[in-house]
Design a protein around this ligand. Structure first.
Ligand SMILES: *[C@@H]1O[C@H](CO)[C@@H](O)[C@H](O)[C@H]1NC(C)=O
Ligand SMILES: *[C@@H]1O[C@H](CO)[C@@H](O)[C@H](O)[C@H]1NC(C)=O
Ligand SMILES: *[C@@H]1O[C@H](CO)[C@@H](O)[C@H](O)[C@H]1NC(C)=O
Length: 242
């Protein structure tokens, strides 16, 4: 090995110090929510996989980079007489407040993150590909490069087509299915003959999501979106009902 290569390798190893990214999670909704996280790849399961957050409360989570995973909010949660915990939206099926490695059952608004090591480039987006339950925003703090905020600021439940709606016990709409989830057709899911961006254009249903939340992914190949980047080890705030 050339000495130059060796030096490069050694300096790369030396600089690979893990850093932790601070997420400030705020519940600006008028009701309590139960945020959750799922680690997809990279590092270890994040510090907490689920917790209660009272209306107007805030908490911080530190996650070691590199990491990829998702955040979402659960609403209308409670424990039954046997102690089994369930939520009307975003439930992860764990039966407890911690999701412990299980994801949210759609329809649910997702915040997706890939955190780079070495203060490299992070990627993040808000996704309605699996439907919508709560409005959410992501705002970088510090960092360098683009570092733009993104969000799904509006309550899509208010404009959800009747046949895509999930109703709460009081009859109100509490979540909205995507067309893929509701109709399970290849042209809405961008699968089979429709599995490429040119063959899977926006449709009348994805446009309902897009009109409410222009920065969020409204379907699988939503190219008028929606992945954002920030470098330099920035932190992030995630606010539900921004
Ligand atoms: C979380 O999941 C792991 C592996 O699936 C399991 O061993 C552990 O008991 C679970 N923890 C809780 C608190 O349920
Ligand atoms: C769902 O509702 C929309 C209008 O809200 C309607 O155009 C569509 O045909 C319905 N689809 C199904 C499968 O019921
Ligand atoms: C991120 O937050 C940590 C404290 O939680 C702080 O030490 C660090 O400087 C912040 N990073 C940036 C880029 O602002």
């Amino acid at each position: 090995m050339e000495i130059g290569m060796l030096m490069l390798l050694l300096s790369t190893l030396f600089l690979s110090v893990a850093h932790s990214t601070t997420f400030t999670i705020t519940n600006n909704c008028a009701f309590n929510i139960w945020p959750a996280t799922l680690t997809g790849g990279g590092g270890s399961q994040s510090t907490s996989t689920g917790f209660e957050l009272a209306s107007k409360a805030s908490t911080t989570l530190n996650i070691m980079a590199p990491w990829s995973g998702r955040f979402w909010g659960r609403s209308q949660c409670s424990a039954d007489t046997t102690g089994k915990f369930t939520c009307a939206t975003g439930d992860c099926g764990s039966g407890q407040i911690s999701c412990n490695g299980t994801g949210g059952i759609p329809p649910v608004t997702l915040v997706e993150f890939t955190l780079a090591s070495n203060n490299g480039q992070d990627f993040y987006d808000v996704s309605l590909v699996d439907g919508f339950n709560l409005p959410v925003s992501v705002t970088p703090q510090g960092g360098s490069g683009e570092c733009k905020a993104t969000s799904c600021p509006n309550d899509v439940n208010k404009v959800c087509p009747t046949n895509f709606s999930v109703h709460g016990s009081d009859g109100s709409v509490i979540a909205c299915k995507s067309a893929c989830l509701a109709l399970n057709q290849p042209e809405y899911c961008c699968t089979g003959d429709y599995a490429s961006p040119d063959k899977c254009p926006p449709n009348a249903y994805s446009m309902i999501f897009k009109n409410q939340c222009p920065q969020a992914y409204s379907y699988a190949y939503d190219d008028k979106s929606s992945t954002f980047t920030c470098s330099g080890g920035g932190n992030y705030s995630i606010t539900f009902c921004p």
